[in-house]
Design a protein around this ligand. Structure first.
Ligand SMILES: [Zn+2]
Length: 651
């Protein structure tokens, strides 16, 4: 324990409480989100609520008294802060501190609501605003006594106790839950009662609310608050770069547009969109502020815009028909001139550290090694790792990070390069813990979906995918991809991040083993084969042919065992490859690790992935899915290649 902290503790005697607090609800913020903006506000609001509830502790005793999360010198709420914290509180201050925490949480939320109500057209709305709102946040807390001596010598066992108590208490809420008894539920959360008709219709009659609350979009007070928080940037919520998932899917294309802003077609496009926006009652904007939807052809449909903006006036409708048609024509010229189109898919990623609970409670460490300092150090690493990962997403990945707590991540990435970025995140996470007795791994759920697919479903699947990744492999440390094609079919593929026992025969006949990165060494290079220059590339028919021959390499050994003819597979793989690559293209002839050709490497590694005998890290119940898993891998490479090639007119 650092000297300053020890001294501060001594001022309060030698009896303390370990206090553990969690603020909720958490899942609600994620599940109820319809737009990325809702998600941003929800996550930020929860961070701010948690931060405000902690305030009485660090104001009174100092930041050192909060053991987890690590706050450092931050004087304002960090972007992502876990909703669970642990602190040391002097024994005689427990009751007053807990009261202060509760009050601080309540007054934070009241203050937010006051700011929302000021935005309302007239104070008359106060009469429609009920107590529903009071229920938005709740806290659970547990405290156990600890002496200074125990803090120094038996911290680990005390921590175990408090963990156990909190798990039991999580079942109950501290504040009375609001119970709706009406069947007119909110369209967003679906479980709270919606606002009174009078309030809804009066808000809709005011121009500035009209565009924010759509016709029939009947919200409850909590969802309405969140929406208005978004729209009016109340409580200084950071401005979000992305409003909707189309902003994310179109991100790379938009970048291309910005890079070519001087082109005539692009100038024409911008002015036509701006005059169309004027008809719709919106302000014109610069190209960098144009939201993602405007780069998609289907957005210019007359009927869609008419409904979306609720236009009724005949002269406006005539203008709308004319302007939307012109804009659409110019957009097609832009596609043609840039030889590209916006991608229709994007990636949701959730990541979760493997066995972090065990790490945080020092399961594999001796009591004497798992000290309060050790835990403070872990807290610091997690907080730094969270910041680094968030930077990777927002800067290098050109994406949007909703929450990054260090071992827990929810983010959105444009499809292009998303897998590369995800791989980088994994390395960055591992690097953070370097030198620690135990270096944790993490697993990822990756959902690739169409920008018109419901966001909520994507979020649920992302959560399920990360759970699946952990289930499939014995030591976790894996990823699970769910590709949801707009036509409705779903392709899932799971893999460890690395192949640890990959061996090849090198030039002189010796056998050498390598660590193979599945995304960077296998998936990406193979996709590059299919997206090379048209006169050099591997035809997608290669995959179709390989898949149709695949069953002939497998044989049923026992009820659940398959054997795989490795030799035959490799021979056929090479034969098909050569057939589907243009003559003299040189594809696959460059060397891999200065040892063998790329084609030899890809052949070996594909044979490894297809072979049930090689996939020994898979949990028993998934072992007989190796063949199917391999087929899905092939289909995903095909999809990625097709999406990268969307500039051509096939789509
Ligand atoms: Zn609601």
């Amino acid at each position: 324990m650092n000297h300053n902290f020890t001294q501060k503790l001594q001022e309060y005697g030698d009896k303390f409480y370990l206090l553990r607090v969690s603020i909720g609800p958490v899942q609600e913020f994620i599940i109820e989100a319809r737009k990325t903006r809702d998600l941003h506000t929800g996550s930020r609001l929860l961070s701010l609520a948690t931060w405000n509830s902690m305030k009485p502790i660090f104001d009174q005793f100092g930041p050192d008294f909060i053991i987890y999360p690590y706050l450092g010198d931050s004087t304002s709420c960090p972007d992502s802060i876990p909703n669970l914290y642990m602190a040391i509180v002097p024994e005689n201050k427990l009751e007053s501190t807990v009261n202060q925490i509760e009050n601080s949480l309540h007054s934070f939320w009241n203050c937010v609501n006051k700011q929302i109500m000021i935005k309302f057209p007239a104070s008359a709305y106060l009469k429609y605003w009920s107590g529903q709102i009071n229920d938005n946040f709740y806290m659970n807390w547990v405290a156990i006594q600890i002496t200074k001596e125990e803090l120094d010598n038996s911290y680990k066992s005390k921590l175990k106790n408090i963990q156990k108590f909190l798990d039991e208490r999580k079942m109950t809420r501290n504040f009375g839950a609001w119970k709706g008894n009406s069947d007119v539920k909110c369209v967003q959360c679906g479980h709270r009662e919606r606002i009174p008709y009078e309030l809804f219709s009066e808000l809709r009659s005011v121009e500035k609310f009209k565009t924010r609350i759509k016709e029939r979009e009947w919200l409850c007070e909590v969802c309405l608050s969140k929406r208005l928080l978004n729209e009016f940037d109340i409580i200084g919520l950071n401005k979000v770069k992305f409003e909707s998932v189309s902003d994310i899917s179109a991100r790379s294309f938009k970048q291309l547009i910005e890079d070519n802003a001087e082109k005539d077609e692009i100038n024409d496009f911008l002015s036509s969109v701006n005059s169309l926006k004027k008809v719709l009652g919106e302000k014109g904007s610069k190209i960098e502020n144009l939201s993602g939807e405007w780069f998609y052809k289907e957005y210019f449909s007359f009927r869609f815009l008419k409904n979306q903006y609720g236009l009724k006036d005949d002269s406006k409708l005539r203008k709308l028909a004319e302007k939307s048609h012109t804009s659409l024509e110019i957009l097609e010229k832009v596609y043609h001139s840039l030889k590209s189109k916006p991608c229709k898919y994007y990636t949701i990623i959730t990541m979760d550290g493997d066995d972090m609970g065990k790490l945080m409670s020092g399961d594999s460490l001796d009591d004497k090694d798992f000290t309060i300092d050790y835990q403070t150090n872990l807290s610091r690493i997690l907080s730094e790792s969270g910041g680094n990962i968030s930077d990777l997403i927002n800067n290098d990945g050109n994406g949007y990070c909703v929450y990054s707590g260090g071992d827990d991540l929810l983010a959105f990435l444009p499809l292009e390069n998303s897998l590369k970025t995800i791989n980088e995140i994994r390395s960055s996470f591992a690097d953070g813990f370097e030198g620690l007795i135990e270096e944790p791994t993490l697993s990822a759920g990756i959902v690739i979906l169409h920008h018109h697919d419901p966001l909520r479903r994507g979020l649920t699947e992302a959560r399920q995918s990360v759970d699946n990744a952990k289930k499939w492999f014995r030591n976790k440390d894996a990823f699970f991809i769910t590709l949801r094609i707009f036509s409705g079919s779903i392709i899932t593929w799971s893999s460890k991040w690395t192949i640890d026992d990959f061996t090849i025969q090198i030039k002189d006949g010796a056998v050498k083993s390598y660590l193979v990165q599945v995304i960077d060494d296998v998936l990406n290079p193979f996709v590059l084969f299919m997206t090379a220059e048209p006169n050099k590339r591997l035809s997608p028919d290669f995959i179709h042919d390989l898949m149709s021959e695949l069953p002939s390499f497998y044989e049923h050994k026992t009820k659940s065992k398959w054997s795989f003819n490795n030799k035959m597979f490799k021979a056929e793989f090479k034969r098909l490859f050569k057939r589907h690559v243009p003559k003299d293209s040189g594809l696959g002839t460059d060397s891999w690790n200065d040892q063998i050709t790329m084609l030899d490497f890809i052949t070996e590694v594909f044979a490894y992935m297809a072979d049930p005998d090689k996939n020994k890290q898979m949990n028993y119940e998934y072992e007989n899915q190796v063949k199917e898993n391999f087929e899905h891998f092939l289909k995903i490479t095909l999809f990625l290649a097709r999406e990268q090639d969307r500039g051509s007119d096939k789509q």
